[in-house]
Ligand binder design. Structure first.
Ligand code: CMP
Length: 141
């Protein structure tokens, strides 16, 4: 099915000047960017986005990392975009990610893994609405 998914280029990858390569990877894989912005997350924004992880041992580290510098938030559109993006990212832990995936190429450790992607249609809908007004997501594909 034609889907949309939320992607975040995290502060590590932004700080290391990998925005262009990551966007090119999505586009070359057939996913279209239909909304995009660069922002610095506040603690409140990061907490709300990752609310399902509140209480996990890595939560404070995740908050510190995600607010440590700018991120690029984008909506990707395409056939099976949610699963496709997850395949392009590779495993959450860069050490376990398949060679050639974004996390293998640009991530370093599980807490600094270069990109985020929605994990299901329900989370994609929530995550897109968390960062974008409906009229900011352009119709393409
Ligand atoms: P992400 O896909 O953005 O969703 C939640 C993030 O928490 C995840 O990527 C990792 O960067 C981070 N994370 C998940 N598990 C751990 C862990 N065990 N230790 C540290 N960070 C983690």
């Amino acid at each position: 099915a034609l889907e949309q998914t939320l992607s975040i280029i995290k502060p590590d990858a932004v700080g290391e000047n990998h925005i262009g390569e990551i966007v090119a990877h999505f586009e070359q894989a057939g996913l279209s960017i239909v909304a995009m912005k660069m922002i610095r997350l506040s603690r409140e924004q990061a907490e709300g986005f990752y609310a399902e992880h509140i209480g996990r041992p890595f939560f404070e580290g995740l908050m510190n990392f995600m607010t440590s510098g700018p991120v690029v938030v984008q909506v990707l559109s395409g056939e099976n975009a949610i699963q496709r993006n997850r395949e392009l990212m590779g495993a959450t832990d860069p050490a376990k990610a398949e060679p050639g995936t974004l996390r293998a190429r640009f991530g370093s450790i599980v807490s600094a893994n270069a990109v985020h992607g929605s994990d299901s249609p329900v989370s994609a809908a929530r995550e897109i609405a968390y960062f974008f007004d409906q009229d900011a997501v352009l119709l393409r594909n």
